[in-house]
Design a protein around this ligand. Structure first.
Ligand code: HXC
Length: 513
């Protein structure tokens, strides 16, 4: 026994030696935490169990094989806020965190265990991509990972956290997962790097400008969350996990707060301006509605004309989708349609009710939008809302015009409860467009077209757009006092608690892509 224990200890000592101070400093000098430090930060103290720590890299014919344990990735499981989560963390210090065959096999094992046990997977990515000297074997490893990403999609939450390079085809594992986090300044993602861009297009671009966190959180929309450093990024991941169930068969965790369900918010009567053309910040409304004003915004700086966030109402997790009148008057364009659709799909996959706050003048007009396919992309939002079977509640704050009204979870496409504030305007189009079409001749012939237009606008608001008409026709459930909105939503959520909706049997739907 003594001899075998000595062998056991010697092996352990070798492993500890690998992770000595020089190793730690090498990564810290890059402004990054080590793979172990990151994974330990993710899990509740003392709960991380490492798997396959002793696996060395495979022998490769093209040299550059190192004698190192772990093959450049730390894998295992533990508890995050007391709940089981599987994770892997790539180790840039070992062959640039590149993905060799054994490295891939370790990740695949984690993915399989997570799927079998119905637990989320978090991937902490810091890698030079497929290990060049392993050739096809490393490459094939990505195929194995992608396959599991797809099979796990909609079953267990998958979160990718980019904390260094993610280049080449390797970006497609994160892209297949539910959420992407990036750490500012130290992470980047691209399919082809600056050198190839220079060679092929003769374009000079820096790594940051091509695929840094700032680009992906604003322009491309690839990254859902960006934090300043490794610690804050991992704290963000933990917070996100608190809104998600462990798998699609469970509900997200209910966390009751001291906020009261029947809270009356008088301030809500004054946020939406009387003048329909005046902007306001819909986040002010969200803050007053949700438990303790606390929400986690998703893709904050991309397509900000639509707001998406997780929050709690009376302890129950909800997904909030809101038009943002402060940005592009809250119109729907291609990017916001895609952003909204993706968020709704995630909510629906993971049993999160959707609350829609609507103030939308319509889809953004113009040749750019039409030529880039607003028809196809706008349909994504329509499809996602219609297909979602979780409880769906809408509050029309102000404008609800035309196709955009229908798309934003109207009764027609399956909204369970649709409420309207007294400021709501529900119509085929706004007064300007309607009067221009219906009264073109009269306006042209009028001696005072300005006055006539003013009168017609007033008449249109009274006779066509006011929410009491929709209320009396049953297209909305009630015109409500804005101050009572929180209580109305919470009561409606409880009424929908056991909602079940059946869809015709099929292999899968054909969402417009
Ligand atoms: C093997 C690699 C490696 C790789 C980096 N290293 N990438 N080893 N395979 N893919 C090694 C380096 O040789 C070096 O080893 C160490 O990691 C650190 O790399 P450096 O270049 O010194 O670091 P840095 O200057 O920070 O640059 C990082 C980098 C660069 C930008 C990631 O290394 C790089 O461009 N690597 C190649 C990226 C790439 O094109 N990968 C293939 C992507 S295609 P030493 O021994 O010197 O410390 C792909 C296909 C996926 O992944 C297919 C899916 C369908």
């Amino acid at each position: 026994m003594k001899k075998s224990y000595e062998q056991f200890s010697a092996r352990r000592e070798l492993l500890d030696k690998q992770y000595d101070e020089t190793y730690v400093q090498k990564q810290h000098k890059r402004g990054k935490l080590t793979a172990h430090e990151r994974i330990l930060l993710l899990f509740d103290e003392g709960t991380f169990e490492e798997t396959d720590a002793y696996i060395p890299p495979a022998e490769a014919s093209f040299g550059k094989t190192v004698k190192a344990f772990g093959d450049g990735v730390v894998t295992g499981f533990g508890r995050v806020n007391g709940r089981l989560v599987y994770a892997y963390s790539q180790d840039f210090n070992v062959l640039g965190g590149s993905l060799g065959s054994r490295h891939a096999a370790k990740i695949v094992k984690i993915q399989d265990m997570a799927l079998k046990t119905g637990s989320p997977v978090v991937g902490l990515i810091d890698s030079g991509g497929a290990r060049i000297q392993e050739g096809i074997t490393g490459l094939n490893g990505y195929g194995d990972i992608f396959k599991r990403n797809v099979y796990s999609s909609g079953v267990i939450p998958q979160i990718s956290v980019i904390m260094g390079p993610a280049a080449g085809g390797a970006v497609y594992s994160p892209a297949l997962t539910d959420f992407i986090f990036m750490t500012a300044d130290t992470s980047y993602m691209f399919v082809t790097g600056p050198n190839v861009v220079k060679e092929v297009l003769n374009e000079t671009v820096s790594t940051e400008d091509l695929g840094g966190a700032s680009v992906h959180s604003t322009k491309s929309g690839v990254a859902d969350f960006v934090y300043s450093d490794d610690e804050n990024t991992i704290l963000g991941v933990k917070r996100l996990l608190s809104f998600l169930p462990l798998n699609n068969m469970e509900n997200p965790p209910l966390i009751k707060s001291d906020d009261t369900a029947k809270r009356v918010e008088d301030q809500l009567r004054n946020i939406v301006p009387e003048d329909p053309d005046k902007p306001y910040d819909v986040k002010e409304i969200v803050e007053l509605l949700v438990d303790n004003g606390d929400y986690m915004e998703v893709a904050e700086n991309h397509a900000s004309n639509i707001f998406t966030a997780f929050a709690r109402m009376d302890g129950q997790v909800v997904g909030i989708v809101a038009n943002q009148p402060k940005v592009m008057a809250g119109t729907l364009d291609i990017d916001s349609s895609i952003k909204g659709a993706r968020f709704i799909n995630i909510c629906n996959s993971f049993n999160i009710p959707i609350i829609t706050l609507e103030d939308v003048p319509g889809f953004l007009p113009g040749t750019d939008q039409e030529h880039d396919g607003i028809i196809r992309h706008g349909a994504k939002l329509l499809y996602a809302y219609t297909f979602a079977s979780v409880p769906k509640i809408t509050v029309i704050l102000r404008k609800a015009y035309g196709g955009a009204y229908i798309v934003m979870n109207s009764k027609g496409i399956g909204g369970d409860f649709v409420f309207a504030w007294p400021t709501a305007e529900i119509a085929v189009m706004g007064p300007d467009g309607a009067i221009a079409i219906l009264y073109r001749k009269e306006l042209a012939e009028s001696e005072d077209p300005v006055m006539l237009k003013k009168e017609l606008t007033q008449k249109y608001r009274e006779e066509v757009t006011n929410p009491y008409i929709a209320d009396e026709k049953g297209f909305i459930d009630e015109v409500i006092d804005p101050a009572m909105t929180r209580s109305k939503i919470i009561t409606s959520l409880k009424a929908l608690d056991r909602k079940t909706e059946y869809r015709p049997k099929r292999k899968h739907g054909n969402m417009p892509l």
